[in-house]
Design a binder for this molecule. Structure first.
Ligand code: DAT
Ligand code: MG
Length: 149
């Protein structure tokens, strides 16, 4: 079963959107397998966004991401990486359709409230960076057989 890393950024947390985001992933039928609330260090964010290190916004991005609380989650489900990105919307909220998280709740690219892994490979790397093996909870949701045939 595929897993993805999703995190409410400090603006998403401050704006009270943790519950709304969790609701959308839950209602879709995805399964929460790990979660934690933390203020990540700037070094941690530099590692997380390493592929963007040459971009002009890299320093500001890492500073903003470490400026306050982040709600980090791992969700599991069939095709979740691609679907998760569709649920988030485009990187720039201005290009995100209403109905998507970024389309519904934000305006600026630099305050786009949420992160989601973009590929299965990157999801594995990000999950490894944010979570230890013992932080995962193993359980079967009671609706499992009603979500999957
Ligand atoms: P995404 O978060 O959709 O995967 P990304 O990985 O390209 O997008 O960039 C990471 C974050 O960096 C993005 O959520 C917001 C910020 N960002 C991206 N492009 C930007 C830009 N042109 N100006 C300012 N911030 C930007
Ligand atoms: Mg990205």
């Amino acid at each position: 079963m595929e897993r993805t890393f999703v995190a409410l950024k400090p603006d998403g947390v401050q704006r009270g959107l943790c519950g709304e985001v969790m609701k959308r992933f839950e209602q879709k039928g995805f399964r929460l397998v790990a979660a934690k609330f933390l203020q990540p260090s700037e070094d941690h964010m530099k590692q997380h966004y390493l592929d963007l290190k040459d971009m002009p916004f890299y320093a500001g991005l890492c500073k903003y991401m470490s400026s306050g609380p982040v709600f980090a989650m791992v969700w599991e489900g069939q095709g979740i990486v691609k679907m998760g990105r569709m649920m988030l919307g485009e990187t720039n909220p201005a290009d995100s359709k209403p109905g998507s998280i970024r389309g519904d709740f934000c305006i600026n690219i630099g305050r786009n409230i949420i992160h989601g892994s973009d590929t299965v490979e990157n999801a594995k790397t990000e999950i490894g960076l944010w979570f230890k093996a013992e932080e995962f909870v193993s359980y079967t949701p009671c609706a499992q057989t009603w979500v999957y045939e």
